[in-house]
Write a protein that binds this ligand. Sequence first.
Ligand code: SF4
Ligand code: SF4
Length: 200
Amino acid sequence: MYLPKLREVKEALTSFFSAPYTTKFPSETFIADSAYRGKPRYNKELCIGCGTCAQVCPASAIEIIDNKENFKRTLRIDYCSCINCGQCEEKCITNGGVKLTNEHSFATFSLTAPEMFESIERDLSICECCGRIIACKDHLHWIKIKLGAKAYAHPNFLLEIQKQFSEPAQSKVKSKIRREDYLKEVCPVCKHKITVTDEF
Ligand code: SF4
Ligand code: SF4
């Protein structure tokens, strides 16, 4: 009858003289374990702006903002919506464009404060015939490397290879497609039109 009570007294005394299990955050800095799933952060060296992370995000926390005025794509993670699931990191096609860090503090006075967002900006490739967005330049470059010698079979990648030596001037968007446009940076829709529409 009395034995369990004595055991509890022993546990209470042991706990009283032991170091606390909890931390003194936020008065003291707390560094979470490296495996902790905290804020996702983009890697400027490895992200190619493909948008796969935004497509797989179950919480729709990643927004793709394309700006045709300055030819830029912005990928923006909203930490208010992020559930730290890690899908973006797992499905990233470059295996490192975005990674979950051990940053754990989401405390803020405003949900629209800059620290509540993570973003990255990439250059866009625009169709020289119709002005549609093709993809991010880094994405096309990544595909070209993956294709190796086969990239020479595609006019867009052929142009990419040429750009390593000299930058051809961007031509103006035209109302009429001509066969010579095949050797320009064009989107799949215009390429199809050039192939099937004989304007001559
Ligand atoms: S490279 Fe990775 S991080 Fe960058 S947009 Fe694609 S999936 Fe997202
Ligand atoms: S961790 Fe999950 S919820 Fe957060 S941005 Fe990545 S995919 Fe979306």
